[in-house]
Write a protein that binds this ligand. Sequence first.
Ligand SMILES: [Zn+2]
Length: 680
Amino acid sequence: MRFRILLLSGLLWAAFVSAQTSTNSTTIKEIPGFDLTAIDKSVEPCVDFYQYACGNWMKTNAIPADKSRWGRFDQLQEHNFYVLRDILEGAQTKPKGPIETKVGDFYASCMDEAAIEKAGATPLEPAMKRMAGIKDRQQLMEEVSSMHRDGLQALFAFYSQPDMHDANKTIAYIDQGGISLPDRDYYIKDDARSVETREKYQQHVQKMFELAGDSPDASAKEAKTVLAVETGLAKASMDRTERRDPKSRDHMMTTSAAETLAPNFDLAKYFAQSGSPKFSSLNVANPEFFKQVNEQLGSASLDDWKTYLRWRTINSYAPSLSKVFVDEDFAFNGAFLSGQKENEPRWERCVRATNASLGMALGQLYVDRTFGPEGKARTLKMVEAIEAAMHQDIQQLDWMSDTTKQQAYKKLSAIVNNIGYPDKWRDYSSVTVKRDDYAGNLTRAAAFETHRTLQKIDKPTDRKDWGMTPPTVNAYYRPPMNDINFPAGILQPPFYSKDMDDAVNYGGIGVVIGHELTHGFDDQGRKYDAEGNFRDWWTAQDAEAFEKRATCTADEYSSFVSVKDDKGEVKLNGRLTLGENTADNGGLKLAYMALTDIIGNTPVKEIDGYTPQQRFFLAYGQIWCQNVTDQEARKRALTDPHSPGQWRVNGAVQNSAAFQQAFGCKPGQPMVSENACRVW
Ligand SMILES: [Zn+2]
């Protein structure tokens, strides 16, 4: 099933990298943090540093057939998947204890293709039958509520989040949602690729309805209806760039005001059936969406809405059903949208599904095997060194007044560092897992997660709850929690190795740490205070100075080309990627400052022909060595708040005087920006 964990669905947490959707199946050895063989010496570092650091790697690491992006980052995630497969294969044959039994049975149910084939479309039947029997809008909304309880996304989103003005308390949110394509723009834009995508999407929806048992004629009409309904939802949705401003999502109201705002949603009944505790106020993140869709609910026919809900169900279940569904789902989402040539092997999809459904149980086994207390201690030491660098950086700023600086120190010292894995493991004992019911297992796990997150409503915020599972190769900062989080999965080579010199480790995990810290002070993070409240702690003049600097970065990255192919050229959206680019530039600077504190300015011996300063920047550059399909690059240009690897490297180093000094770059060379942007 294509469930999204609610915790991350409605939100804009600032992660280090966007998730990859697939991986390939060759064995991965340890990935070095510094790789001489990756370097392309035919290019000058001051002309194109990304090409210099990664050129040879890119030449020798073609994208595997079952991938749409392949980078050193993805290689590490792949490595972790092999470890997880080993754990799960052991757990499914010889489980030691209840946690192994649970994840082992889940994995076994996913690997049992014979049983899944035999079941065919039957997992869809109960929902299809219920939906066919819907007689009025009240019953329709009951069905939406039932879908949401099972973790299926449809029509809108309902979740819990900290109160934007009292982060110590978690409250209810309702929000825009319910579309199937990766972004609202897919429904609205008129360029050639968007038009083609909508045509292909409609054909795909038609095929899926046919697989579910409808006639070709009926399916063709249903596909048209789905596109029309979802286009309505898309038009009522805010775009990603607009949503980055917390103000656009800040609309507290009483439940009765929300009910009046959108009477056709029958929200009172919806909330009563949602499985959440009772509450009397909530945040309506996008009121305009509810107003517009309220009209759509009134005007579109009941049959159209029923068709839409059937589609959302088929689409959610497709990856967990028999081969014809999996193949058609892949043909559109993997091959067409992302340029992937073939689907990933079954075991890998099953590891991914277990991690998504029972990740805090699987993660516990992963941590036991791979991550000792010394891993936590050494990471914490680096975090503290980089926090000290940030303190020093703020102190030295000439554009910020002392009044704002005092507030910034306060926020910096309040940041909570979460490293490796949560203090308390999640208890999945109430989730029933059956070895012969994969689709049912997915539903029960998703229902558990939905219920768990809704139980937080009107309770003190649980700041220790993690948003990523331990084997994840990623990291994140959460503005309402004011915390930085580094899962065990990223705390290994190429990011960190006990066998590597400080320069390489600071260029790797050091920059990741600096990146997450900087998120607390990027264009979005700066609007939250030390407690995680959305509150302005800046003097007007300092805010203006900040915005001027941020605009420099936004304009700079807007000039970078993300993809150029036969469908034309796409440039980066500098406003969508502003927070991440700010964090990359800040992270690089802070990690370099912390490294300088350790090695001093005295000459240090070269290793492999590079000074420590050069090794620092090369390690950073090589984290981002990657190849990506044109289709995937186009998708990311619209949806991903991160810049592609090339610009994460060249964008940041061309703003860095330390880089230019390390490689002796001269004014006028491409890696020396004429108008260097610097926020932090
Ligand atoms: Zn980030």
